[in-house]
Design a protein around this ligand. Structure first.
Ligand code: E4P
Length: 217
């Protein structure tokens, strides 16, 4: 399973990429709005230059023709831009056309295996299952990831499964066990993935022992 960082913050992306474990970036309109970019397209270009893997940028139009215009513009910003399209009939119509044009898509706001199946049939490159938001609503978000992975495998569908709306490190482990292709993870959760109290204690102990040795005449 690959890890993407789920943020539009340039500092966070730079830092996460420097750790050597992140191969892509996902953004959404909320994350982009938070950064108050003067020029959104320039920001997408800059982010796309920071990673080798895909950078998801979302189309915000609701009708297919406008979505297609937006998607073509976004995809033209850099070769690794993947266009996020919402899980609606208009969105899937756009996905079908974009697939024909060779433009990679990430169908977003997927909350059921049925929606994931439709997105894959329309030709989506990726589908993003929003695990945390499902959990928040009292459902088992990871079960939707498991079902989607099983359906795609059983029917040899090409779309990749992204576990999105990740809230904590356990979600990442569960997504990996469920067979998700990608987990897209907020920066804070990425930081949490590194941590274990025994690692900190171990480093402290090793350093103390080493310094004691060095202090001996
Ligand atoms: C996915 O690509 C989305 O940007 C993201 O995971 C949404 O998560 P949220 O529920 O934390 O907003």
């Amino acid at each position: 399973m690959r890890l993407y960082v789920d943020t539009a913050n340039l500092k966070e992306i730079r830092e996460a990429v420097s750790w050597g474990v992140v191969s892509g970036v996902t953004t959404n309109p909320t994350l982009v709005a938070r950064e108050k970019f003067a020029d959104f397209h320039a920001a997408v270009r800059e982010i796309a230059g920071m990673v080798e893997g895909p950078v998801s940028a979302e189309a915000v139009s609701l009708e297919t023709p406008a979505m297609l215009d937006e998607a073509r513009t976004l995809a033209g910003l850099a070769p690794n831009v993947m266009v996020k399209i919402p899980m609606t009939p208009a969105g899937l119509r756009a996905v079908r056309q974009l697939a024909a044009e060779g433009i990679a898509t990430n169908v977003t706001l997927v909350f059921s295996a049925a929606q994931a199946l439709l997105a894959a049939l329309a030709g989506a490159t990726c589908v993003s299952v929003f695990v945390g938001r499902l959990d928040d609503a009292g459902h088992d978000g990871m079960e939707v990831v498991r079902e989607t992975v099983e359906i795609f495998e059983r029917h040899a569908l090409d779309a990749q499964v992204i576990a999105a709306s990740i809230r904590h490190p356990l979600h990442v482990v569960q997504a990996a066990l469920a067979g998700a292709d990608v987990a897209t993870v907020p920066f804070k959760v990425l930081e949490q993935l590194f941590r274990h109290p025994l690692t900190d204690q171990g480093i402290e102990r090793f350093l103390a022992d080493w310094q004691e040795l060095a202090a001996k005449p």
